[in-house]
Design a protein around this ligand. Structure first.
Ligand code: PMP
Length: 305
């Protein structure tokens, strides 16, 4: 990943990919205090377009605010940086990674002398889940790790350190032969995947957990709007793991995972054990939308040229 051609935006400059390095005593590397985004740009007939760029940048700033990390750049600068890395790396489609972190100005937990740094990288990352997974659905395992409690770490922030929990849960799921983990909150209710929000479908209605212990996903918002346009009701409610087992359909959503059907959870087939009709409708709308094939919600696409 590190040894390749290209450019990364770092604190206002575009620097060669191989030179994009930080010191070993970088504070965020030690304590995990940092915030980031995962954003996608899609190839459209009018060139690459970043999907919901402003919403991602807004969330990045909200995350920094929650974590009390002063942002040294404006939202406009971060938006421009994201467009610039796509252009500079000549990417037709891309996954973008803006990250805000503390540097090597001092060690320890006191933030007094620390400075906030910002980077934006972009590369081609076509499918987080395999194309088969998007069609056939994935096997999921309920995790033995709980998702963060709000008084342990705050889930409204997309913070670096939160992902220790995600990585442990995902590794456990993979070891058990599943493709993704389903994390419950500390009270035992369904929260989210390791990097996705979760939805279930029952009798034509879509349900998703509220956001107490889950990230306020931008894809989740998109699904709310697309479902509304399709005349499908979405309800936020507490969901138990056995409600997932008896759902007609279930799916994950996320910028990386897009809309991924779930075919099995903890050895129980979900519905017919493949992508169901509601998931199919939502997923195809989603792909039409992100690829610039719809005439509505066009404000979600930010063309880089
Ligand atoms: N939950 C977690 C833990 C995530 O990491 C992500 C990915 N950012 C999501 C949900 C989905 O969020 P979004 O749709 O904004 O990518």
């Amino acid at each position: 990943m590190a040894d390749r051609d290209g450019y990364i935006w770092f604190d206002g400059d575009m620097i060669p990919w191989r030179d994009a390095k930080v010191h070993l005593l970088t504070n965020t590397l030690h304590y995990g205090m940092g915030v980031f985004e995962g954003v996608r740009a899609y190839q459209t007939e009018q060139g690459p377009a970043i999907f919901r760029l402003t919403e991602h940048t807004d969330r990045l700033f909200r995350s920094a605010h929650i974590m009390r990390m002063p942002m040294p750049f404006s939202k406009e600068q971060i938006n421009d940086a994201q467009k610039m890395v796509i252009l500079k790396n000549d990417l037709a489609h891309a996954y973008l990674r803006p990250m805000v972190f503390y540097g090597a100005e001092s060690m320890g937990l006191r933030p007094d002398q620390l400075q906030t740094h910002v980077m934006v990288a972009a590369w081609e990352w076509p499918s987080y889940m395999s194309p088969e997974a998007q069609e056939l659905g994935i096997k999921v395992k309920t995790s033995s790790y709980s998702r963060h409690h709000v008084n342990v770490s705050m889930c409204k922030a997309k913070a670096n350190g939160h992902y220790i929990n995600s990585m442990l849960a995902l590794q456990e799921a993979l070891d058990c032969g599943a493709e993704e983990a389903l994390l419950l909150d500390t009270e035992g209710y369904v929260a989210e995947g390791s990097g996705e929000n979760v939805f279930i479908v029952r009798d034509g209605i879509i349900y998703t957990p509220d956001l107490t212990s889950a990230l306020d996903g931008i894809t989740r918002h998109t699904i709310f709007k697309l479902a509304d346009e399709l005349g499908i009701e979405v309800r936020e409610k507490r969901i138990t793991r056995d409600e997932v087992y008896v759902a007609d359909e279930a799916f994950f959503t996320g910028t990386a995972a897009e809309v991924t059907p779930i075919r099995e959870v903890d050895g129980r087939m979900i519905g017919a054990g493949r992508r169901g009709p509601v998931t199919t409708q939502i997923q195809s709308r989603y792909f039409e939308q992100v690829n610039g094939k719809r005439t509505v919600n066009t404000e979600w696409l930010h063309y880089v040229k």
